[in-house]
Design a binder for this molecule. Structure first.
Ligand SMILES: NC(=O)C1=CN([C@@H]2O[C@H](COP(=O)(O)OP(=O)(O)OC[C@H]3O[C@@H](n4cnc5c(N)ncnc54)[C@H](O)[C@@H]3O)[C@@H](O)[C@H]2O)C=CC1
Ligand SMILES: O=C(O)[C@H]1O[C@H](OP(=O)(O)OP(=O)(O)OC[C@H]2O[C@@H](n3ccc(=O)[nH]c3=O)[C@H](O)[C@@H]2O)[C@H](O)[C@@H](O)[C@@H]1O
Length: 437
């Protein structure tokens, strides 16, 4: 089937590429000319394992095209996917400017009936608004129906998640439009869950809010474990054995970052407030996360008193491994706090360093390897659990650092290992190892 995808970020590009892989003829359109030029050559503008190969293969098969021209992209398309950003506005609301612009782009450029599929994460009621905007701006009488088809992929495993997702949600108030979406998605072989438009929109926010809640919950338990001398890794493992709880998303750490949990939790608090609902639970989840993101600096200040003049190895910058995405990464808060306290930050990340340069303090120094980062450092902070970071041994820290003092925000090492070495090791929700001889 002929399909157009508007927006080629993490979601749009992965969606477009995967739809072409299952046999559809896909044209991706973006307003960013440089990006489109790169993609035409088979080069992905984002780091996502497996994406480049699929992109090249489908360009070669003639099933995947890129353009900056909306009319060209929409010509003959039966479905047009909206996958543009819905960033957070200052007041916490989702900014729908880009989605609304695409609705106008669709109305101005289509020359046949279409189903408009919203992949972007949008507040309840937005699909109906998109449909009205398109219909309002149409110059000819084409049939246009909206379908909500929220996306659940994770960055870093986006391609795998698209082919092996747990469900595909189709929210529609029109049977024909829903049937078209089912037909498009059937080759994925993933369970399809059909519902009305508003419930589909809510499923996306509720899912992200629930996962964020799980993370803040385990982080609060971790903070309690530290005070009560329990071990959060064992607590999470013991809890996770209960099927009703499940073991996933119970990893304590320095809080959630990324382009979605922070913005979607704030947006849901705002959505609730429009209907005079005070979403207290979610407000606490957000507050706990803010405190958790600063936790490593709090611990370092407790240990040293002043951080003035300290050289800090910051190991990992991205909000999680396998992505170059720096949006809402804890490293941003941590680096700014460290510089404010008078410390020098020496940062390492295998792929996010270029993106980080726009967000971290200008005083930050960047190095090419974890070894260079820890060389001569007064303490190390593990922010992202990259394999390259986990490959550092306690022997490396002892040999290369000024003092082997490690604040691990991701619980990368076992306490048993730490206890066998003359290091100071502070992790999350576990006892401190401070027996240095
Ligand atoms: N990043 C993620 O892992 C996930 C994101 N989402 C949601 O998907 C949506 C997209 O997110 P990302 O892919 O991260 O966004 P992004 O910000 O990486 O990419 C958006 C793209 O849309 C393009 N664009 C903006 N206006 C346009 C227009 N009028 N015509 C053509 N292109 C236009 C931009 O140039 C940009 O390339 C958001 O609503 C997000 O919440 C949902 C699930 C996962
Ligand atoms: O709406 C979205 O954009 C996406 O948001 C998340 O995906 P993503 O942000 O890519 O990454 P996750 O793997 O969920 O991690 C988010 C953050 O939570 C943290 N996290 C995750 C799991 C955990 O147990 N503990 C924990 O601290 C990670 O370190 C990271 O900072 C969801 O997992 C996706 O289903 C969703 O589609």
């Amino acid at each position: 089937m002929q399909i157009a995808v508007v927006g080629t970020g993490y979601v749009g590009l992965v969606t477009g590429v995967c739809l072409s892989e299952i046999g559809h003829d896909v044209t991706c359109v973006d307003i960013d000319e440089q990006k489109v030029e790169r993609m035409r050559q088979g080069l992905s503008p984002i780091y996502e394992p497996g994406l480049d190969e699929l992109m090249k293969a489908n360009i070669d098969r003639g099933r995947l095209h890129f353009t900056t021209n909306h009319k060209e992209a929409f010509a003959g398309a039966k479905a047009i996917y909206i996958a543009v950003g819905t960033p957070q506005r200052e007041d916490g609301q989702a900014d729908l400017r880009f989605v609304e612009q695409v609705a106008i782009d669709i109305a101005s450029n289509i020359e046949n009936d279409v189903v408009v599929v919203t992949k972007s994460t949008v507040p309840v009621g937005t699909n109906e608004r998109v449909q009205s905007i398109v219909r309002e701006h149409l110059k000819e009488d084409y049939k246009v129906h909206s379908v909500s088809n929220p996306e659940f992929l994770r960055e870093g495993s986006a391609v795998k998640d698209t082919f092996e997702g747990d469900r595909i949600v189709i929210g529609s108030n029109n049977e024909e439009a829903a049937a078209l979406l089912e037909e498009i998605n059937r080759p994925f072989g993933i369970e399809i869950f059909k519902t009305d438009i508003r419930s589909a929109e809510m499923i996306k926010y509720a899912s992200n809010a629930f996962l964020a809640t799980k993370i803040s919950f385990i982080n609060e338990i971790a903070n309690l474990c530290e005070k009560l001398e329990a071990d959060v890794e064992d607590v999470a493992a013991g809890m996770g054995l209960d099927d009703r709880i499940g073991s996933k998303f119970l990893k304590a750490g320095i809080g959630y970052g990324g382009s979605c949990f922070p913005k979607d939790t704030s947006a849901l608090v705002q959505i609730a407030s429009y209907v005079q609902h005070d979403f207290n639970l979610l407000k606490s989840v957000i507050q706990v996360n803010g405190e958790q993101q600063r936790m490593l600096v709090t611990k370092a200040k407790q240990r040293f008193g002043s951080l003035e003049g300290k050289r800090v190895a910051m190991l990992g910058l991205a909000f999680k491994p396998n992505t170059d995405d720096m949006r809402e990464a804890a490293s941003i808060t941590l680096a700014h706090e460290l510089v404010k306290e008078g410390a020098t930050v020496v940062a390492y990340d295998p792929i996010a360093a270029d993106n980080a340069k726009k967000l971290l303090p200008s005083e930050t120094l960047y190095v090419e390897s974890p070894d260079e980062a820890i060389a001569g450092a007064d303490f190390a902070m593990i922010v992202t659990e990259w394999d390259q970071v986990k490959a550092l041994t306690f022997h490396d820290y002892i040999e290369k650092m000024n003092e082997p003092i490690i604040f691990d925000g991701r619980n990368c090492y076992s306490l048993e290992q730490a206890a066998q070495h003359p290091v100071e090791y502070y992790s999350v929700g576990r006892k401190n190892i401070t027996s240095r001889n």
